[in-house]
Design a protein around this ligand. Structure first.
Ligand SMILES: *Cc1c(COP(=O)(O)O)cnc(C)c1O
Length: 386
């Protein structure tokens, strides 16, 4: 038998060995997964990137300095597994106790651990009744069903109302847990604290995960409800409002016993989820209040200005409390607009999903980027009319 030439990498997707397709080695779990598809990160061409809700402004000057002065020799040591310095900064900022804060490698990781910690009650998804299912809206962050399937958690979705507001009555019906993005994605619509309070009060034996990835752009944080409720877990990220998507820092705030459950999951998986540099940057980001306030105010002002400019071009714009807008044109198809914008060097997000296939989600960039976006749409919509 000839040994395969080890210097020749096998192109992914091609079969090179006589024994056939190595997918025969996949676990049943891998066969059954439907992974999340992240927004495009093009490397081949410079785009105006309005497709993944990144912050258009750089991280705070304090973060830049923390990176430049980071003692590199510290990298030979493992990071602090508890993220103490970061958690201290977060606890101070949010006015909670240290034991109420959990940090992780982006809020996606924290969310995944929360699904595993609180919702996997060993029910067979095929036979689960309504009280054994968790619920979330039909139109929301598309990672939720991915995590539910990954951990065999039975779930159902409840349709958002026709105006895309939250169907509070359906959400409050008996279930094993509620997952909400607030403000919701990709709609940008926010729920009031009173609404979250009534959901939490409807059944105190049921946990509500509130994913506040966008809360700093106009929402109200459910951290304010934690003195009343131990069945709310708030999850936030430094990816959006703190301009640190590439650093991967997310956190949860809740009752110390909920935090302890997350620690038990983490320490059964990977004790060092946040690296030393990320921990340093997280503390520095929270130490720089003025930068945070200035950049988020600028993004909110740009959002309002952009929304106003789109209306005369024939767009309807959902009311957004996030760093993106969700828009629809009264005659042009979203798929065509997406393609035309892409040709103009502007990337936005289009979801080929029932009810929203005619919408585009547009992240708020700098004023210059949004001017270019508005100008492109003015041309595209004018072409159409002539
Ligand atoms: C961006 C986003 C996240 C993930 O944030 P990371 O901290 O970068 O993992 C979580 N939830 C929602 C709704 C988001 O839009």
């Amino acid at each position: 038998m000839n040994e395969p030439d080890r210097k020749q990498p096998v192109p992914i997707g091609e079969t090179s060995r006589a024994d056939g397709d190595a997918r025969r080695l996949w676990s049943r779990r891998v066969h059954s997964l439907t992974p999340y598809v992240p927004g495009e990160q093009p490397r081949d061409r410079v785009f105006i990137k309005l497709n993944t809700n990144e912050n258009p402004y750089p991280p705070a000057p304090g973060v830049v300095e923390a990176i430049q002065t980071f003692p590199v020799e510290r990298l030979k040591l493992y990071p602090d597994p508890t993220g103490l310095a970061t958690r201290t900064a977060l606890a101070e900022y949010h006015g909670v106790a240290l034991g109420q804060v959990f940090v992780g490698n982006g809020s996606d990781e924290v969310l995944a651990m929360a699904f595993q910690a609180f919702f996997n009650h060993h029910v067979d998804p095929a036979t689960a009744d309504a009280t054994e299912q968790i619920v979330f809206p039909d139109i929301t962050y598309s990672f939720y069903p991915v995590y539910a399937r990954l951990y065999d958690i039975p779930y159902r979705t409840v349709p958002l109302d026709d105006d895309f507001s939250m169907p509070l009555v359906a959400l409050a019906a008996p279930s094993a847990g509620i997952v909400l993005a607030n403000p919701n994605a990709p709609t940008g619509i926010a729920l009031s604290l009173d609404d979250i309070r009534s959901l939490a009060a409807a059944d105190r034996n049921r946990l509500i995960l509130v994913d506040e990835a966008y809360v700093d752009f106009g929402g109200e944080s459910a951290v304010a409800l934690l003195t009343e409720f131990d069945n709310i877990l708030v999850i936030q990220t430094l990816s959006k409002s703190r301009s640190l998507a590439g650093m991967r820092i997310g956190f949860a705030i809740g009752d110390p016993h909920l935090i302890h459950a997350l620690e038990r999951i983490r320490d059964s998986f990977n004790s060092y989820t946040l690296d030393s540099l990320a921990q340093t940057c997280a503390s520095a980001a929270f130490a720089d209040g003025p930068w945070f306030e200035t950049t988020r105010a600028r993004i909110m002002a740009t959002r309002e200005r952009t929304a106003k400019a789109l209306v005369p071009l024939g767009f309807s714009v959902l009311p957004s409390a996030a760093n993106f807008i969700f828009i629809r044109h009264d005659s042009l198809k979203a798929a065509d607009l997406y393609t035309r914008l892409r040709e103009e060097g502007i990337l936005v997000r289009h979801f080929k999903q029932p009810r929203i296939e005619n919408f585009l989600r547009v992240s708020i960039g700098t004023d210059l980027e949004m001017d270019a976006f508005i100008a492109s749409l003015a041309e595209i919509t004018a072409d159409r009319q002539s």
